[in-house]
Every structure is written in C-alpha cells, then in structure tokens.
Design a protein around this ligand. Structure first.
Ligand code: SAM
Ligand code: GLN
Length: 284
C-alpha cells in the first residue's frame, strides 16, 4: 500500500466515526510513524508503506478511533510557538490559554524591576505556561506547582527539553502551599469545568486527568480556594492572573472583589469574545 492509499483509507475510517479534522489528524499520525515533515510526506505519497510501519500506524489509528487525543498519540503539542512533550499524565495545553501567557508577559514587561521577577504558575500540568514565560522572560524565576506528582514528571521532561532547569522550580502540593516565599505574580489555569458538564463534553477529555478539569459542581472549587489562600498568605505582591471558563466571569469578579477590595480587578476577552482571563492587580 502507498502512503497516499494509507492516508485515504484511514481518513475515511475517522470520518465514518464522525471525528472532525480527520485528514489533519491522519497526516500527523503518519508523519509521526515515519518521522518525516509535512513537505516530505507530500513528496513521498506514491512510495510504499512497509508492513511494520503500517502496523504501527494502524495501532495509532485504532486509538484515535476510540477518541484518544492526537497529542497523546504523537506525544507532543505545540503551545505558544514551543513544542511540549505530553502524555496521559497531563492536560493537553489549549490554545485559549495562550491569552493568559500573553497577559502575564505584558504585565511583567511593563513593570520592570531592579531584581528578577518571581512568578508562580499554579497547577502547571505539562509546564506549558511556566516554560513559555521563562523562555520569553530571560531573567524571570518561576515556581511551578502541581498537586499531581505524575504531572510534575512531565513538566520536568519539558523543563529539561527547553534548558530551563536553573530558572524553573517544580514543587508538589496544594495550590499556594508549596511556595517558598513571596512572589510578584501568580498565574493559574486551574480546573474550572462544571462537574456535570464533563459528561457532555467531547469524548477526548475522558483520556485527560480528571483532576485537571473537574472544578466541582459550579466549576469554581479550585479558583475559590486559590483566592482564599492568596488572601490569607497576602500573595502575590503585584498581580494574580486567572484563566476562567465561559460564563464564570461575574462570579469570579464578585469573589475577587470580596477578598481584595483594594485591588484593580478586570476581565479580559479571548479572540472568540469570551471573558477568559481575570486579572487582580494590587496597589504598590
Ligand atoms: N497549566 C497547565 C495548562 O494550562 O495546560 C495545566 C492546567 S490543568 C487545567 C489544571 C492543573 O492543575 C492540573 O495539572 C492539575 O493536576 C492541577 N491541580 C488541580 N488541583 C490542584 C491543586 N489543588 N493544587 C495544585 N494543582 C492542582
Ligand atoms: N478550556 C478547557 C476545556 O474546556 C478547560 C481547562 C480547565 O479546566 N482549566 O477543555
């Protein structure tokens, strides 16, 4: 069978299972098996696929037919222009989270300080946010925390891959508890999906760690605890940036204003028009 025939056959199988982006997914899987670029794939379409490669491709296709996310099948995901190793120990980093990184970079760059800025990424998962920030802020020190030891193992792989062992510290524990001291900024993409909604979302999320997505009955369980801890510990010094889900902004703004009446609290829309980030900026 040629590569072209394999692509056509597999794309039809995915389309028959109502998996969108079938053609895109299949090309990624075949390129992964053959370890080739998109351009090489186009040049080799008429070449034969060797039986061991067809075998490996078929295994991946089977997994995709069961709705396993492509990122887990190829073990990587692009985020903020960087390549991250991912597997089932971590949430697949989402494009909507890039807004949180952009806003954190803007804040850090517009408030230059005499000493290197210290940032905490709470619930770091794959390390996508922490590593994107460290790569783009060459002086910053980042404390990246997670409750999940398994997630931190993946974050450590990505930290090493991006050569950031000296500026990104990985800490295990509940929300702000593992922080060694004061930080300037806190950035957090915590689980915020309403527990009942987990059943109705795309089947792909069944493969992701539940503790990365499940925000309790109203989705705000972890965010509420974080705001409470931040208030108790008087953290951070400058700004707290939170990713939130659709329709959560009103309640998160109310909670934030209760805890921090002195702060400037603002919602920010993502490119799709959804209020996706809340910033809480403290007076200096
Ligand atoms: N920051 C990553 C990203 O944006 O792709 C992962 C975000 S995922 C939505 C939430 C992460 O928070 C998961 O890795 C989960 O293990 C972690 N988490 C959940 N509850 C936590 C808690 N109480 N303390 C620390 N981390 C927590
Ligand atoms: N945006 C993610 C989703 O809808 C949820 C991420 C989160 O809970 N922080 O799949």
């Amino acid at each position: 069978m040629t590569l072209k025939e394999a692509l056509n056959r597999a794309t039809s199988a995915l389309a028959a299972h109502h998996i969108s982006d079938a053609s895109h997914d299949i090309q990624l899987l075949l390129r992964h098996v053959l370890q080739i670029t998109q351009a090489q794939l186009y040049l080799q379409l008429e070449e034969e696929l060797a039986p061991p490669e067809w075998e490996r491709f078929s295994c991946l296709l089977e997994r995709r037919l069961r709705h396993e996310p492509v990122a887990y099948l190829v073990c990587h995901q692009e985020f903020f222009g960087l390549d991250f190793y991912v597997d089932r120990r971590v949430l697949v980093p989402r494009p909507e989270t890039e807004l949180l990184v952009e806003m954190t970079l803007d804040f850090a760059r517009s408030h230059s300080a005499v000493r290197p800025i210290i940032i905490a990424d709470i619930g770091t998962g794959s390390g996508a946010i922490a590593i994107s920030l460290a790569t783009n802020l060459t002086n910053a020190r980042i404390c990246a925390t997670d409750l999940s030891i398994q997630a931190l193992e993946v974050a450590a792989i990505n930290r090493a891959r991006h050569g950031l062992d000296n500026r990104v510290v990985l800490l295990q524990g509940d929300l702000l508890a593992p922080l060694p001291g004061n930080v300037d900024l806190i950035v957090a993409n915590l689980p915020y999906v309403m527990e009942p909604e987990l059943q109705t979302m795309a089947p792909e999320i069944r493969f992701e760690p539940r503790e990365a997505l499940d925000g309790g009955p109203d989705g705000l369980h972890s965010i509420r605890l974080l705001l409470h801890q931040a208030h108790e510990l008087r953290q951070p010094r400058r700004c707290l940036l939170l990713e939130i889900g659709m329709g959560q902004s009103e309640e998160v703004l109310r909670l934030a204003r209760n805890h921090f009446p002195e702060a400037d609290i603002q919602p920010h829309r993502d490119p799709g028009g959804i209020e996706r980030v809340v910033t809480i900026t403290f007076p200096v």
